[in-house]
Design a protein around this ligand. Structure first.
Ligand SMILES: [Zn+2]
Ligand SMILES: [Zn+2]
Length: 455
């Protein structure tokens, strides 16, 4: 029998971009994820929806709630008005919060950056989506039926972030497995991916985010190193800024610091938080009560002496930061207009302070720029019209929510797929996987799909 799966990558560029896949499975047309490209603005940040054509979409499946996977869902959902949206229970709660926050950001950027098409959707659009969510438990299957054919969809926990799933699609004895963003090792707040050994996998769609990054240290060692920098900064009376992604990273770091405090590895000092990361806390708390794989309770906020940062008053020209203190704030890449950006400007010029990056920083973002130029004399925060001498210590820790490339490669080989399709990675990251498979797994068909071309 011919391969019943036809895959088309709707991301406009061959990079991490806006994750969106059109998958034809026999008579069924499915779309997996509907991301917004964080490196682009306005209509340039959308997947190429014109490739969806006129045929109806039967189902939309979401792997998790990061905006590069769901940021354009309100737009896709209007193009596929009858398609139910298949999600995990945590994603059904987190996605509306993430999309409403994205709406607010677009409203602000409309004026600041003069983008007439913003906002790309409204809060009413987000509300309408919630009625279309069809939730599945981890490991639970859903069977689609049409024209005498059926396809089975099963979601498995993918570790990456609360609610993240990998997706198995089975059709007439054939199997397609989509990793989504995946992390195999346990985090402090979330158990790692739980993927069964598949018996006859035809196609494996592999995320390749970290293909160009060699892991240099174990997660546990990186956590110890981070706690040591925080401790030293506080002990010398300084301020420690940890810029972190709102969904997943902030909550993970709260649990890490809570565990450290209980074992007397974290000195007493206030921890300032704000923004979207705190708005998501209630959902993490709720899921912590319901899911054994989630280790989070809002009680730790009190134990950690968490304080809300009043962001309106922060101006690097005039603000004197409260010290010693920890500032755990989004965004992870120091995007302009975020609390982390403003606090970084306030504390960069004092050698008692430190800035600890805990995830990937794109080189085009202020965080990426600061990391690249950390040995320079000064750094300019363009949006604040503020230049500071670089005196604070600037550190980078490998605490990513993505599996490293060796773990992903091992996973792929052990599942014995007939073909691997590379997705969700920059060109050099995909190339590492392509080279690795060519060297060590000859006979395995490896596809690095061109954008928009069906395979
Ligand atoms: Zn993600
Ligand atoms: Zn992603």
């Amino acid at each position: 029998m011919n391969n019943p799966f036809v895959i088309q990558d709707l991301n406009c560029r061959k990079d991490i971009g806006a994750n969106c896949l059109l998958i034809q499975v026999g008579p069924f047309r499915l779309v997996v994820d509907s991301g917004m490209d964080p490196k682009h603005l306005g209509n340039d940040s959308l997947p190429n929806f014109s490739l969806l054509g006129d045929q109806p979409i039967d189902f939309i499946i979401l792997t998790h709630s990061h905006l590069d996977h769901i940021g354009t869902l309100p737009i896709l959902s209007k193009k596929a008005p009858k398609a139910p949206i298949l999600v995990s229970i945590p994603t059904s709660l987190l996605a509306p919060l993430m999309l409403n926050n994205s709406y607010s950001v677009m409203c602000r950027q409309k004026k600041e950056k003069e983008i007439p098409e913003y906002p790309l959707f409204t809060k009413a659009d987000v509300l309408a989506l919630e009625k279309r969510f069809f939730t599945l438990n981890f490991g639970q299957s859903y069977t689609l039926a049409k024209e005498g054919h059926s396809a089975k969809i099963t979601m498995y926990p993918a570790g990456h972030v609360l609610g993240a799933v990998s997706v198995l699609i089975e059709y007439e004895g054939r199997q397609l497995f989509i990793t989504g963003d995946i992390l195999f090792s346990d985090q402090n707040s979330l158990r790692g991916a739980q993927i069964p050994q598949l018996d006859h996998l035809d196609v494996l769609m592999l995320e390749t985010t970290r293909g160009s990054t060699e892991r240099t240290a174990l997660r546990r060692n990186e956590e110890k190193r981070l706690l040591s920098i925080i401790r030293k900064t506080i002990e010398r009376g300084g301020a420690c800024l940890i810029p972190a992604f709102a969904l997943g990273r902030i909550q993970e770091l709260l649990v890490l610091m809570y565990n450290a405090k209980r074992s007397h590895q974290l000195p007493n000092c206030p921890i300032f938080c704000s923004g979207l990361g705190m708005s998501l806390i209630n959902t993490f708390d709720e899921m912590g009560k319901k899911l054994r794989s989630v280790n989070f309770s809002r009680h730790i906020l009190k134990q950690l002496n968490i304080k809300q940062l009043r962001r309106s008053k922060i101006d690097p020209h005039t603000t004197r930061l409260k010290r010693p203190a920890i500032y755990l704030l989004s965004s992870g890449m120091l995007a302009e207009h975020t609390p982390a950006y403003n606090i970084a400007a306030c504390l960069l010029g004092d050698s008692d302070n430190s800035i600890c990056f805990v995830g990937h920083c794109d080189p085009t973002t202020p965080g990426g720029q600061l990391l690249q130029n950390r040995n320079a004399e000064t750094f300019t925060f363009e949006e604040s019209h503020f230049t500071a001498p670089i005196k604070a210590s600037i550190e980078h820790f490998d605490l990513s929510g993505h599996a490293d490339r060796n773990d992903l490669y091992q996973f792929a080989v052990l599942q014995h797929p007939k073909a691997v399709v590379l997705t969700h990675g920059d060109p050099d990251a995909r190339q590492w996987f392509a080279d690795q498979f060519a060297k060590n797994a000859s006979g395995l068909k490896v596809l690095d799909p061109e954008v928009g071309v069906p395979y």
